[in-house]
Design a protein around this ligand. Structure first.
Ligand SMILES: *Cc1c(COP(=O)(O)O)cnc(C)c1O
Length: 434
């Protein structure tokens, strides 16, 4: 049998395994619903980027983990150990990184809606770099940094006008976007001039992010070409030469076996070739390059385990397998119709001939995990159902809808398992109510 990622397998008892461990045993030990994260895979994914960066780009270049994909203390510890930078986009992410002992000098602060409070918090914590989204934020940062008598490093977020042809909800690089300032309209130039006038903001360069789940042949290459042309144009017009350029995040990962697999080192080598050639043609030195992978660091390191609670066969219509979780722990199908591979973890030796909808338990018709899933006909109440590739944007997007507590998150490392985030209890749910 071939699976969507090589950390998935089947053992002699025909049980699904993840990172070499029996998923039925994990469900038994920790309860369901349960997030599993394969720490060895996370580290392997980090190293793919780190090694490719070392081989391809000028010194000072680095990959930063976009921690919105999955933010909890253990993941920041892993990033610190692997030597990754991190992107943070809220005081909550900053506080979590700090609590994990992550050196915030290696963090970049994102977001298109930073309040004065957010800016103050990030400055207090010594976040290394701000990615400034707009002119109002720039002036607010200048004021706060000025009050502290420091010069805050910053990148300006620009939109290069590139449509990566992924889902509209996850595309961010086109001109008409809530993120960043457009190059095409000339507003980016004004933004740069304004930044250069600020005494307490040290402009380090530019940032762009074209979107998420990118498979397109040359999306990063096109973004790099547009951004480098802008670097050269600004040097020409203002004399300012940007030493850094962030190309954002976003290589895609396969969720079903028919999805393409991205060869990350080969892709990075290709981006590096474009950067080198474009800089040579434009007569500018190569800037340090940043990339911000989130999904491709953690997605395939994740799996969610549920138990089936009911199998409903509506005569003449569809079949529904209802599980003990749903949009509260995984809103991705409800939000953007994301695909998943779903498996009956205890019945891996059986044929899968029951076409069904995997439904959540929330009071909402849209609460589905996946449609057109094939499971064994024998599947029934109590069976463990595994949803693969849930490491990104599952735990981090989880909610308490219907007042269900969020699942525990268990890390799998070198054949062992441990709780990294404990299951939310009823007391936890009531803690804030007065
Ligand atoms: C979401 C985001 C990322 C990460 O995208 P992935 O598709 O998860 O790799 C990186 N940079 C920025 C600015 C983002 O908003």
């Amino acid at each position: 049998m071939s699976f969507v990622c090589e950390n998935i397998g089947v053992n002699a008892e025909n049980h699904l395994t993840f990172a070499g461990q029996d998923t039925l045993r994990l469900a038994e030990e920790y309860g369901t619903p349960l997030y599993l994260l394969d720490e060895d895979r996370i580290r392997r994914n980090c190293r793919l980027y780190l090694e490719a960066f070392r081989a391809s780009f000028v010194p000072g270049s680095r990959p930063l983990y976009a921690s919105k994909a999955a933010a909890f203390k253990q993941v920041y510890r892993v990033m610190a150990e692997e030597g990754m930078g991190v992107d943070v986009c809220s005081p909550g992410e900053i506080a979590t990184a700090e609590a994990a002992g992550f050196d915030l000098a290696g963090a970049c602060f994102h977001g298109n809606g930073k309040t004065d409070g957010d800016i103050r918090y990030a400055l207090d914590k010594g976040v290394g770099c701000f990615v400034v989204d707009n002119a109002e934020e720039l002036l607010a940062l200048e004021a706060e940094a000025g009050r502290r008598g420091l010069r805050q490093k910053a990148l300006l977020r620009l939109t290069p006008g590139i449509d990566p042809h992924t889902y509209a909800a996850v595309a961010t690089g086109q001109v008409d976007s809530k993120f960043g300032v457009a190059i095409e309209t000339g507003q980016a130039e004004d933004f740069v001039r304004l930044a250069l006038e600020q005494k307490h903001v040290e402009l380090r360069g530019y940032h762009c992010h074209v979107g998420s789940q990118v498979f397109g042949e040359d999306v990063f290459e096109r973004a790099a070409a547009v951004m480098l042309a802008f670097v050269a144009e600004m040097k020409e017009k203002t004399g300012y030469l940007a030493p850094e350029l962030s190309l954002g995040g976003g290589y895609g990962v396969p969720y079903v076996v028919s999805d393409p697999i991205v060869d990350i080192p080969a892709k990075i080598a290709s981006v590096a070739k474009t950067v080198k050639e474009t800089c040579a043609r434009l007569g500018i030195p190569e800037p340090a390059i940043h990339m911000e992978p989130g999904r491709s660091i953690v997605a395939d390191a994740g799996m969610t385990l549920y138990r089936a609670v009911a199998v409903k066969r509506i005569t003449g219509y569809k079949n529904y397998v209802t599980i003990d979780g749903g949009m509260g722990d995984d809103p991705r199908y409800a939000l953007y119709g994301s695909r998943y591979t779903c498996l009956a973890a205890g019945r891996m030796g059986e044929a899968s001939e029951l076409r069904c909808t995997l439904a959540g338990r929330c009071c909402e018709s849209g609460d589905l995990i996946q449609e057109d899933v094939l499971l064994p006909e024998t599947v029934g109440r109590g069976d463990v159902i595994a949803v693969c590739t849930t490491g990104a944007y599952n735990y981090s997007m989880a909610s308490n809808y219907n007042r269900y507590g969020r699942p525990a998150l268990v890390m799998l490392r070198e054949g062992k398992s441990f709780v990294a985030v404990r299951r939310e209890s009823l007391e936890d749910l009531l803690r804030l109510d007065l």
